[in-house]
Design a protein around this ligand. Structure first.
Ligand code: NAP
Ligand code: MG
Length: 412
């Protein structure tokens, strides 16, 4: 290897837990360290270390992403009562992703990784369908009442300035039932809209947004109005110049159209719709390990990760010394996504070019039939297909990458 590729600005690295931590180290050693001359701003989000620092390390990591602009995160355990026992934690700390999201105020975009021998179950999908999920409010932050019997339910808003409250009757109950109240804020909807327009422009894909504003005229109507305002005031011309479009349609119409589309769309969705539809798209694309995720803040900070978790069951096998066949694609793409963005922000095209080579090496390895067990089960059958171990897959990508970098060096 001649000179290493120089990365100008430090990359924020957030290490994680279990099987993804094992793969994370392998990826760094085999696919990144040999090629990059870089500075890492490292945060260890291992669940024990979060516990030892009373979760201050998670906050510090998010602050570092704010400072440097690009972070890459490994999957992490969200502590539950079982995990508290398993690791002897002081308490069930909040999900690191929720902490980081709250600090960066971002929108999560999930995009599948496509390989030509792993066909989506929906045959017309040729290009990725990216989901942009509003990660604030609605039913995820609701207030509910189990209504025991007859009575009147009202929605009341009391203005802070002392003016008279607004009241609306919800229902006059004649017997038992249920009640739910949800909210959202203009500020959050607006930053969601901005993140979606910015991300669609960045990826040069059409933006679709869908709600049920025919039924929910005020609530969903507000989402639609904010998107329309943003588009008209800030994005219409930039979209036209990039040859992409913004399209609003009702959620049920959007679902029907998505299934018949070719893909190549960013689909912006309210919180619940995004939760449901992102799992539908992930599973239709073959494996959770083929789904990338990026948190984009309205002021242009980026945090890349795999959409899957720590792959706990495989880790327990690994601990027992048994062979594993865990897929590192989404983790590799977290790194390549971060590096490409770093290259763009720093104006260092060779860093972005390296990220492209890394992704090509990974995809071509799968397309050559070398893959982990999860993919073998859904890949087009072919005599050259073979199941490799966790290490075996990363090693094969490493060989493909070395060849690519050598020929790139030879011609540049
Ligand atoms: P998971 O880690 O996503 O794994 C669920 C199952 O999906 C695995 O058992 C495996 O199926 C399959 N799978 C996922 N990723 C795979 C990969 N890379 N290669 C091959 N197969 C893969 O979800 P989980 O087991 O429910 O959660 C484990 C931990 O992850 C939890 O502590 C949770 O808190 C955490 N989590 C973290 C994040 C994050 O940091 N972003 C996200 C979600 C969950 P088979 O067992 O059938 O092979
Ligand atoms: Mg879901």
């Amino acid at each position: 290897m001649r000179d290493k590729i120089k990365v100008m600005t430090p990359i924020v690295e957030m290490d994680g837990d279990e099987m993804t931590r094992v793969m994370w180290a392998m990826i760094k050693k085999r696919l990144l360290l040999p090629y990059l001359d870089w500075k890492i701003d490292y945060y260890d989000l291992h669940v024990k270390h979060r516990d030892e620092t009373n979760d201050a390390v998670t906050v510090a990591a998010a602050e570092a992403v704010k400072r440097h602009g690009v972070g890459v995160k490994c999957a992490t355990i969200t502590p539950t009562p079982e995990r508290v026992r398993e690791y002897g934690l002081k308490k069930p700390w909040k999900s690191p992703n929720a902490t980081i999201r709250a600090i960066l105020d971002g929108t999560v975009f999930r995009a599948p990784i496509l390989a030509n021998n792993i066909k989506p179950f929906i045959r017309t999908w040729r290009r990725p369908i990216i989901i942009g999920r509003h990660a604030y409010g609605d039913v995820y932050d609701n207030t509910e009442i189990r209504v025991p019997g007859g009575g009147r339910a009202e929605l009341v808003f009391t203005p802070a300035d002392g003016s008279p409250p607004t009241r609306r009757e919800i229902h006059d109950f004649q017997g038992p039932g249920i009640l739910q109240a949800i909210h959202n804020t203009d500020a959050s909807i607006r930053s969601f809209a901005r993140a979606c327009f910015a991300y669609a422009l960045d990826r040069k894909v059409d933006l679709w947004f869908s709600t049920k504003d025919t039924i929910s005229k005020t609530y969903d109507g507000r989402f639609r109005a904010v998107f329309d305002e943003e588009y008209e005031s800030t994005w219409r011309e930039r979209f036209a110049a990039a040859g992409i479009s913004y399209f609003f349609t009702l959620i049920d119409d959007a679902v029907a159209r998505i299934v018949r589309s070719e893909g190549g769309i960013l689909w912006a969705l309210k919180n619940y719709d995004g939760d449901v539809m992102s799992d539908m798209v992930a599973s239709a694309c073959g494996s959770l390990a083929m789904m990338t995720s990026v948190l984009v803040s309205p002021d242009g900070r980026f945090e890349y990760e795999a959409a899957h978790g720590t792959v706990q069951k495989h880790y327990y096998k690994h601990l027992k010394g048994e062979e594993t066949s865990t897929n590192s694609m989404a983790l590799i793409f977290a790194w390549s996504g971060g590096l490409r963005k770093r290259g763009e922000l720093d104006g260092t095209p060779e860093v972005s070019a390296f990220a492209d080579l890394l992704e090509e090496a990974a995809i071509e390895t799968v397309e050559s039939g070398v893959m982990t067990g999860d993919l073998l089960a859904v890949a087009d059958p072919h005599p050259h297909n073979r199941r490799v171990t966790t290490e075996g897959f990363i090693e094969a990508v490493g060989e493909a990458l070395a060849a690519k970098v050598a020929s790139w060096r030879g011609t540049s």
